[in-house]
Ligand binder design. Structure first.
Ligand code: PGA
Length: 255
């Protein structure tokens, strides 16, 4: 049995003070939901708020993650943040979000390097994959997303692969209010993503890796995804900035 994992990707939102407020508003309910291990909950604020959020959830089952990292561990990379720095303050790191691929030159190759560095420094990667609308409409989803998975896991050992979380986020569904259908996302995750993992490793590994859906998940549509057999939780953007909405989504995942 794979434990569902719901992660809130706050993107470039919330000052430290605002982050503190948001955590206070949902900490008790999230703690209760994650307490019995039925689901895992991860908050991913901007770098600068990560230590504050970690301090605020200390002693609770709520986990914290960053939204990016560099593949080098230190050095002359102005403005970047390295895995050993994150490792002191959080447990997870989102790698290869489509916004990083689109706006900041993230490639399949840099994603692969970052995953390796994250694993070497005991950070758990949440690796994002997903196709553009044009690729989806041209019937290229399987080839494209399968290729992203193969590239991301290149050279990663089977035992390490099992600890990686994948987030399937069709780009056309992110922040658009136009979520994929539960059945559609389930098919891509089950056939394309687990299929690629089975090719790379074996069927048992493909079944062990947790794969989230992401893209316009709301309290209203959450159950549609969480009732699908291949979907193990969600990566939530906009709705993770509203305490009541994020709590409701986590509740749906814990059902
Ligand atoms: P969204 O973002 O929930 O606002 O669509 C999801 C994401 O980008 O992780």
């Amino acid at each position: 049995m794979r434990t569902p994992i719901v992660a809130g990707n706050w993107k470039m939102n919330k000052t430290i003070a605002e982050a503190r407020e948001l955590v206070s508003a949902m900490r008790d309910e999230l703690s209760r939901l994650a307490a019995d291990g039925r689901i895992e909950i991860v908050l991913c604020p901007p770098f600068i708020a990560v230590p504050e959020v970690s301090a605020r959830v200390q002693g609770t089952p709520i986990r914290v993650g960053a939204q990016n990292m560099h593949w080098e561990t230190k050095g002359a990379f102005t403005g970047e943040v390295a895995a050993p720095m994150l490792n002191e303050v959080c447990e997870y790191v989102i790698i290869g979000h489509s916004e990083r691929r689109q706006y900041f030159g993230e490639t399949d190759e840099s994603v692969n390097k970052k995953i390796k560095t994250a694993l070497a420094h005991h950070l758990k990667p949440i690796v994002c994959v997903g196709e553009k609308l044009a690729q989806n409409e041209a019937g290229q989803t399987d080839a494209f997303v399968g290729g992203q998975v193969r590239a991301a896991f290149q050279g990663i050992a089977r035992d390490d692969a099992r600890s990686i979380v994948i987030a399937y986020e069709p780009i056309w569904a992110i922040g658009t209010g136009k979520a994929a259908s539960g059945a559609g996302a389930n098919a891509v995750i089950g056939l394309t993503i687990r299929g690629a993992l089975a090719d790379l490793y074996d069927e048992a590994t493909a079944q062990a890796v947790r794969v989230q859906y992401g893209g316009s998940v709301t309290p209203k549509n959450a159950a549609e995804f969480f009732t699908q057999p291949e979907i193990d939780g969600a990566l939530v953007g906009g709705a993770s900035l509203v305490a009541a909405d994020f709590v409701a989504i986590c509740k749906a995942a814990a059902k």
